[in-house]
Design a protein around this ligand. Structure first.
Ligand code: PEP
Ligand code: MG
Length: 753
């Protein structure tokens, strides 16, 4: 694995000279280029500094025409230097001038130089500039030279951040540059707040150390504390509220990796022996891991490298002597590359107001959780974490799918005004609470909630929902960080039934696996975990856990009605096996539940060809459109690249849903079997309109969708829309989506979609 490679330590002489320079006060840029040219035996050494407008300006050079300093500028992405800044990668080119990206700047007089080595100057995840050397001879630079240049770049980053970028020093010039990132909305909302970056512990102390031995002792002590804390975590000895994000799968896997592979720590120790302070050495190695990660395509390796990077943050925290859990400032926006459901819960508990995730899609579980927690959330904001620094301000516009880092005054003002308008509008929504969910032409639609946590139960009363159409039982366990015992489960389920106060509640049995891994669970080596050993499959193969859960549900009902459904049913035989487990438990538990309804989730397309048999045996069906869509179109629900690629508002999905609704209504000799839809789509007004149009009259959704969907329904002429929908479907002629004409009709009729 690449993380175990050994980096050569920077030459002690270079470090000694750097130390000398620093001892005289902050090193100037001309000093640094002089030193680099001398130590690396380079004919040219230059520093390019990032300026507002994403420009890189030649700020110091030894070897190029001195008149070009302050004049030669390249855009980020332009030329070798620009490419180095844009990609954050080292460019080691034997013949730079024949590289396709080479941008010729005659004023520099660089024609004679063939070879070029450029390294990014990064700090707190942001590129501040580029440090480059050039030579006449055509050659690759060696690993040691790359290492030396990177070490100087690290020091240079501190100098630039301290304001030495321009003669006289201009602090924060780079930080002021605003950046806009496009993303995929996970839950709408807009807010302005400071960014928090998980694991971004920034070290501001001295970079070089006089006494490597003392630094090694500090490193070992910190690593030992980190190991002990992680051990305690795994043994579940840390109090529940302190576990939070730490209990996530990533951390446990990282733990295993670090324990099993001392290579990473060895590299840190080696950098210390080369003369770096312990913190600087950790950052140096972590920076290298970060750069490698950007180049790794394999998702498994990327995860592992990301784990190592997070571990670096943890180790820095230990070196700082703190638990690395600084308080979250009010209104903070969490900016993360990836986020497991348990981590998101933890950050929510710590008080974040919104979240932007680089690798998350609307149907993934972090997104679902963001919706249950009513956190404005954006996914797919690639590159944002690298561009942000801790404490930067950002606008999270999750309605229009943008994240604006370091907004200018005008954007801030607009955002604040919009936040105020929203606040006023939301006060209006709540008037809908006690109005029936009925279309303008008098058809009642059942609107239910998707819940998973005790803290969400107040949403039933607040929204006036008809009940809980999906209680995701695994969410509470993920939050708790362990499989909880029967009594504790029963207590939670009883609270749900109490909060529903007689309104129907559908409990879904544990749906673990895929991206919802229990902390401590052995990750399965599967290429496609979403289609692997997950959900009901685990329940049937390890019936003890499932039976305990079923018992807890029956105990919670304590004589009341109980509805239980099974996720990811692929065959009628699986449904029967699960149902028989429930019936066997029900025979034992006293008091027996009132009416026991047993349902199946329709998430696996194969069930469509077993529907008539299933409808004879299941008491109800719930369409899990998140999974059904991913399996129907073979499109990973967790992949941002797949987000929005296939549309629920499309002819094949309409045909499928209509058939399910029709066959369910006709089942059992015309008495019918209730069908609802509980995927995220139910909570979006346009989708909800299409669903009732096609005949799905019970929708279960995140609480945030209930008022907007109800508002739409109350204005909807359902009969009129059904006629239009039928016409659109007839004339579809192979269209991939009918969204546009449906939306056009809705807007024409003044519907809030
Ligand atoms: C679904 O798949 O649509 C569903 C409701 O279940 P989950 O999102 O929890 O997989
Ligand atoms: Mg599902």
């Amino acid at each position: 694995m690449p993380a175990a490679d050994v980096i050569p330590a920077a030459a002690p002489r270079l470090l000694a000279r750097l130390r000398e320079l620093m001892a005289r006060g902050a090193a100037s840029l001309p000093d640094l280029v002089g030193l680099v040219a001398g130590e690396l035996v380079a004919e040219v050494a230059s520093i390019y500094v990032r300026r507002p407008g994403d420009l890189l300006e030649l700020a110091a050079t030894c070897g190029l025409n001195p008149d070009s300093v302050g004049r030669t500028r390249l855009r980020v992405g332009e030329g070798i230097v620009g490419l180095c800044a844009a990609s954050g990668q080292v460019m080691n080119l034997p013949d730079a001038q024949n590289h396709p990206a080479f941008a010729y700047r005659p004023e520099t007089g660089e024609e004679p130089y063939a070879a070029m080595l450029a390294v990014p100057v990064r700090r707190a995840g942001r590129t501040l500039g580029v440090l480059a050397v050039q030579n006449r001879a055509t050659r690759y630079y060696g690993a040691e030279e790359v290492e030396e240049l990177e070490t100087v770049a690290m020091l240079l980053a501190e100098v630039l951040a301290a304001g030495g970028a321009e003669p006289g020093g201009t602090q924060g010039v780079v930080a002021a540059v605003s950046r806009v990132f496009a993303g995929v909305p996970l839950l709408g909302g807009i807010l302005l707040g400071p960014v928090v970056l998980p694991g971004a512990v920034q070290y501001a102390g001295p970079l070089l150390a006089e006494d490597p031995q003392a630094e090694l002792v500090r490193l070992e002590a910190a690593a030992e504390r980190m190991r002990r804390n992680l051990d305690a975590l795994i043994a579940g000895r840390i109090a529940e509220d302190a576990v939070g994000a730490d209990a996530s799968r990533e951390v446990l896997e990282a733990y295993r990796l670090v324990v099993a592979d001392g290579g990473w720590l060895r590299r840190v120790a080696e950098a210390i022996r080369g003369g770096l302070a312990a913190e600087a050495a950790v950052q140096r190695v972590a920076g290298d891991v970060h750069d490698r990660m950007r180049r790794v395509a394999d998702p498994y390796l990327r995860e592992r490298l990301a784990d190592l990077e997070d571990m670096a943050g943890r180790l820095l925290g230990e070196l700082a002597g703190a638990a690395a859990r600084p308080p979250v400032p009010p209104g903070a926006i969490l900016l993360a590359r990836r986020l497991g459901p348990a981590e998101l819960l933890d950050w929510h508990a710590r008080g974040i107001a919104g979240v932007a995730i680089e690798e998350a899609s609307p149907a993934g579980h972090a997104a679902i959780l963001a919706r249950s927690l009513e956190l404005p959330a954006l996914g797919g904001v690639r590159g944002a974490t690298a561009a942000a620094g801790p404490g930067d301000e950002a606008v999270l516009d999750a309605d229009h799918g943008t994240l604006i880092l370091r907004p200018d005054a005008e954007v801030r003002e607009l955002c604040l005004r919009e936040v105020e308008t929203r606040r006023a509008a939301q006060a209006g929504w709540s008037l809908l609470r006690d109005r029936p969910a009925m279309t303008a032409d008098g058809v009642r639609v059942q609107l239910m909630l998707n819940l998973g946590l005790a803290l969400e139960l107040e949403q039933i009363e607040r929204t006036g929902a008809d009940g809980v159409g999906l209680f995701r039982t695994e969410i509470a366990m993920l939050a708790r960080g362990a499989v909880v015992d029967v009594a504790e489960q029963a207590a939670l389920y009883a609270r749900v039934l109490d909060a529903a106060a007689g309104r129907p509640v559908v409990f879904r049995t544990l749906d673990l696996g895929g991206d919802k891994l229990m902390p401590g669970a052995e990750p399965q080596e599967e290429e496609n975990p979403a289609m692997g050993w997950r959900s009901l499959r685990v329940g049937l193969d390890r019936p003890a856990i499932l039976r305990r859960q079923l018992r807890a549900l029956l105990l919670a009902a304590a004589g009341r009605d109980l509805s239980v459904m099974f996720p990811m049913v692929a065959t009628v035989a699986e449904f029967r096996a699960a149902r028989d487990l429930l019936l066997a438990e029900a025979r034992r538990v006293r008091p027996a539940p009132g009416r026991l309804s047993i349902g199946a989730m329709l998430e696996v397309p194969a069930l469509l060809w077993q529907l008539d048999t299933l409808l004879e045996e299941a008491d109800f069906l719930s369409i899990g459109s998140n999974d059904l869509m991913q399996f129907l179109f073979a499109a990973d629900r967790g992949s941002p690249a797949m987000a929005g690629r296939y549309d629920l508002l499309s002819p094949p999905v309409f045909d499928l849903l209509e058939q399910v609704a029709r066959r369910a209504a006709a089942a059992r000799g015309g008495r019918g079997v209730p069908v609802s839809l509980c995927g995220e789509a139910a909570g979006r007004p346009a989708e909800a309109m299409a669903l009732v149009g096609i005949g799905i009259m019970s929708l279960s959704m995140p609480a945030s969708g209930l008022f907007p969907v109800k508002a739409m329904l109350r204005d909807l002429d359902l009969a009129g829309f059904r006629a239009v929908l039928a016409t659109l479907r007839r004339g579809a002629g192979g269209a991939a989506s009918l969204r546009e004409p449906i939306l056009a009709w809705a807007r024409e009729h003044g519907l809030p979609v």
